[in-house]
Design a binder for this molecule. Sequence first.
Ligand SMILES: Nc1ncnc2c1ncn2[C@@H]1O[C@H](COP(=O)(O)OP(=O)(O)OP(=O)(O)O)[C@@H](O)[C@H]1O
Length: 420
Amino acid sequence: MIEAVGLTKRYGAKTAVHNLSFQVRPGTVTGFLGPNGSGKSTTMRMILGLDTPTSGRVTIGGIPFRKVPNAPRHVGALLDAKAVHGGRSARQHLLSLAQLSGIPARRVDEVLGVVGLQEVARKRSNGFSLGMGQRLGIAAALLGDPQVLLFDEPVNGLDPEGILWVRNLMKQLAAEGRTVFVSSHLMSEMALTAEHLIVIGRGQLLADMPVKDFISANSADFARVRTPDTEPELREKLGSVLGEAGAQVVAEPDGALRVTGLPLPRISDLAHGADIRLWELSPHQASLEEAYMQLTQGVVDYRSTTDQRAGLQQQVAAPAPQGPGMPGQQPPQGYAPQPGPYGQPAHPGQPNPYAQAPGGAPGQGYGYPPAAGPGAPYGQPNPYAQPQPGPQAGAPAPMQPAAQPAAPADISKPHTEDAR
Ligand SMILES: Nc1ncnc2c1ncn2[C@@H]1O[C@H](COP(=O)(O)OP(=O)(O)OP(=O)(O)O)[C@@H](O)[C@H]1O
């Protein structure tokens, strides 16, 4: 078990971690989440004795890392995959680590197989891709067959097969009773991998609870309601009826309505009472991403602004070549995140529409309802006063922690069993 008590780290005037207390227990994957610069890496470095706390303490199995005898046999970590002597081969790198800890050489070949690097084991690591480097870092973490494992962004740069492999590896390590502590910014991946979450913002603890509880606590369930596509006036009417009954109603990009604040039977009754036919009335739970955005929106330090392309308008205005099959295609509207469905204000300083409707309000609306503007809840002032033309290139799509099919058996072929 990892235990932090009152953990604090200051760098000069900057407090990176402030009075952090938590436990990471064995047997489950614990996700470590927080916005950029919130103190995750600093916390991990303190756990591993690479940074000294300004105050407080952190222990592994009750002992500070630096006092753990032959630590690599007990604690494995992937912090910075690039921290490898680039002139060495993957095998040489792992062999030198193994020798330092009295780990037999055959274990090196085992872990090279586990991470799927057998074929390139004798190649210099400075020619490795980002994903190959990550695999090598994971191999190093597994080398001592440790009971406690820390991974900082382990899927960074991995291909889909590698991401699936890491997900299964984390779960397997936890199922074996190990302590697995994983930081990631990929909410959809965390939703599939972690059972417990520790969330920090600006160095302070925001949440320490099971994933399910975290989503329930930081979002509201909602209903999706769809009226016949052929009769748009019915949708308008339903929006008004539900809004008058106290619901938060937001138009989804696909034409459905997202309704919070009313139970499904009530929505059904109201629709029936207003003589409105429904094509869909379905319950939905918010995603981990939505819940995370809701919780952390006030502690995000680094937000993107819209790319104004000052002085570059000519390039944007240049007519885009229109090939067959793309009539009317608009030039790309930018790569900066657009006014986000979850928590990002449309413009700095403007209120976040999500805050008005916890768990709801994702839709940018794409022009519906026309009177209120995109994403505006019915009967409420539209926080996005500017007209918005429709789906934008580069707009982030909401990620859902959709249930994914179990991995087919042969997908992990490149990796070998960890014989230990
Ligand atoms: N050695 C250092 N000297 C000064 N400031 C530092 C140092 N290390 C980290 N910081 C600062 O501490 C804060 C937390 O950084 P940290 O890297 O722990 O955040 P993080 O949550 O891991 O971020 P990210 O998600 O971007 O990796 C940041 O403001 C960072 O600039």
